[in-house]
Design a protein around this ligand. Sequence first.
Ligand code: KIV
Length: 284
Amino acid sequence: MTPCHVSGMSTAPKQPKSRLSVPQIRGLKGTRPVVALTAYTAPMARLLDEQVDVLLVGDSLGMVLYGLPSTLQVTLEDMIRHGRAVVNASAHALSVVDMPFGSYQASPQVAFDAAARIMRETACSAVKLEGGEEMAETIAFLTARGIPVMAHIGLKPQHVHSTGGYRYQGRSEEERTAIRRDALAIEKAGAFSVVMECVEQELAMEISRELAIPTIGIGSGPGCDGQVVVTEDMLGLFERTPKFIAPLADLRGVIQSAAQTYAHEVRNGVYPAATHAFSRKRDD
Ligand code: KIV
């Protein structure tokens, strides 16, 4: 990239002023909803930072940024690269980085090594991992060693092959009991908050009342203690929008129309005008 292509935004890391802490996010329970959005890049983190409580560097970046078929192909290196960009470009929101598939399931020690690497190399404040009861021992191991953990229960995208798809959770009594057990287990293990993805909304509300930690819903209804969505879904960047998203912009339309105008102007010699280039007469 030549200097001509660098946009007007500063690339210098922002100095932390008053970044929200893990105890502050936990303390929001019962006071006001926790506001979270995903961010994968420095420009997006800069735009969102002041508006939200939590910036989540989600492994959804595999699908959103890289066009991968699922989150399963995302690597630890991917998460570290994007996590570092988001942390460097933000100063207010709590930064949470997802642990990718395969980096934490084998054992608590394996999870600790991966989480420590994420925290050391990105300077994020916490990690997120998918799983309930089966991950309780790992969550306890990490939190006892100074790694704050946000858990993720309900629909777990890293389990898409074993569950057979992205379906909402809590349809049968058996499923509801298991989700409730997961929520209680991760709280007991020391998670400071929990993402509940596509959990049937009555159940999500009941669990939110039962837990002392904030529940952050995505597609789980208004009864959660906070909400998170994939920012690009909120911005209307894709042809298909999940049922639980109410897009607040039509970025897809804006981008297509801008590209159309650009192509038209270049083809017809409208852009660039002489004023869009350098001149020794004017610029020296
Ligand atoms: O990966 C992600 O972006 C997430 C959110 C959708 C909660 O886990």
